[in-house]
Design a protein around this ligand. Sequence first.
Ligand code: PGA
Length: 247
Amino acid sequence: MLHWNVIKTKTPEEAGKLAADQFEAVLRAKPACVIGLATGSTPLPLYRELIAREQRGELDFSRVRSANLDEYKGLAPDHPQSYRRFMQENLFDHISIRPENTIVPDGLAEDVDAMCRAYERRIEDWGGVDIQLLGIGHDGHIGFNEPCDDFPAWTHEVALTEMTRRANQRFFASLDEVPTAAFTMGIGTVMAAKKIVMMVTGKDKAEILYKAFCGPVTPKVPASILQFHPDVTLICDEAAATLLPGK
Ligand code: PGA
């Protein structure tokens, strides 16, 4: 660990503002930057803040390109629980980013390998991700890279763990409706980002954050690989930070 830049905040809202500062710095330096985006509850305060900043004229997304971490397998882009729809509703529909400049893995891809290769190629053609947003799952996943025996390199299909499906059940009518598989950027894709911002809020994430941050680097805790990334900023609220050193 130890070279991570750790910012502790009082509330998730404040975490959103501080994460927005990180994105704003990159956007100002490079108006056509490539941003890597995440779904889930944690990034919502960040997305609200980015929308507000563009509405106030402080940010301009018209030249930005974005690549999302993951998508459920089998969900159409307009499915209420698809990550494409989540991104439209919580960010893209409210900022000036051009639709053709936003990519999310295709949940309905028939040729999975071709879709995954094309996803990687698009990011590469854009020159790579300048700033990647991450959350962390209770099992240490980043994107949908679940604990396993080695670090999967590139965009690929994964089976979702029971823990992840249960954590995400809150968005679906029942556990049965939660997809059992997903497409996700790989650990290699994430590690290739020039800068990483991880947002973690809530007491329920304290233990896994400690393991990722202070434990051994192991694919059993996929987020632990970030200990080897040269530019990680961790933004966490006090509840998530309770086990971290310096508290
Ligand atoms: P959450 O998801 O922000 O909804 O807790 C994080 C994740 O699973 O990566």
